[in-house]
Design a protein around this ligand. Structure first.
Ligand code: FPP
Length: 211
């Protein structure tokens, strides 16, 4: 099976809280550093052959976190979308937010609408941000994204946590102990290099045996 030249990478961005705790900082400082990592990875992705990037920013289960942390995350998302819009437009990135919107704060929903409209012409990278996202919910609602080629999870855990369960049916999985705020272009390149060594058979036989 030839390797696809257009790669859909999905990332479970884990480890912000532990990154902060190790530095004696509040969890929200980890999320702020996580937002910097998002910027680095979005900017590096197109040059590494990635045409679609889906990032798990907030799961439907993350509402269980303390209200202060949830509110800080919502503000951070809104601010990040606003401040990043010009760079996204400049870099040809089309941003779409996937997940439920009816439980999000109104200013964030307005910000999402604005950034989606402004970046709609972007053709270099399809960036999807999963916010209040649950794969079980999405499957039930019939909201299905393109198949994922490579699914990365940072922060050392090895589970899917209700992210893209349908779309990752044949995804290659890559787990790293690197905490999300420390993740950058070189880490992304390492994950892709590993991905390119994988033999994807989709249930068929290896090419040599298929004749
Ligand atoms: C997981 O780390 C991270 C989140 C639940 C939030 C994701 C948010 C960001 C990456 C920052 C902002 C993103 C954007 C798009 C601006 P955790 O808090 O579960 O870490 P822990 O497992 O170490 O506690």
């Amino acid at each position: 099976m030839p390797q696809s030249s257009s790669i859909h990478v999905a990332i479970i961005m884990d480890g912000n809280g532990r990154w902060a705790a190790r530095r004696g900082l509040p969890r929200v400082a980890g999320h702020r550093a996580g937002a910097e990592a998002v910027r680095r990875v979005v900017e590096a992705a197109p040059d590494q052959g990635i045409t679609a990037l889906t990032l798990y920013a907030f799961s439907a289960d993350n509402w269980k976190r303390p209200p202060g942390e949830v509110a800080a995350l919502m503000r951070l998302f809104a601010r990040h979308l606003r401040t990043e819009t010009p760079r996204l437009v400049e870099n040809g990135v089309r941003l779409e937010v996937v997940g439920r919107r009816d439980r999000l704060p109104a200013p964030l929903v307005a910000g999402i609408t604005a950034v989606e409209r402004a970046t709609a012409p972007g053709g270099r990278l399809a960036l999807r941000l999963a916010v209040d996202y649950s794969a079980r919910w999405a499957i039930g609602a019939g909201v299905i994204l393109p198949d994922v080629d490579l699914l990365i999870r940072t922060g050392g855990e090895q589970r899917l946590s209700d992210f893209l369960l349908w779309e990752a049916a044949y995804a290659e999985l890559y787990f790293t102990d690197t905490m999300w705020p420390d993740f950058g272009a070189a880490d992304l390149a390492r994950a892709l290099a590993d991905f390119r060594t994988r033999q994807r058979r989709f249930g068929g036989l290896p090419e040599a045996a298929a004749g």
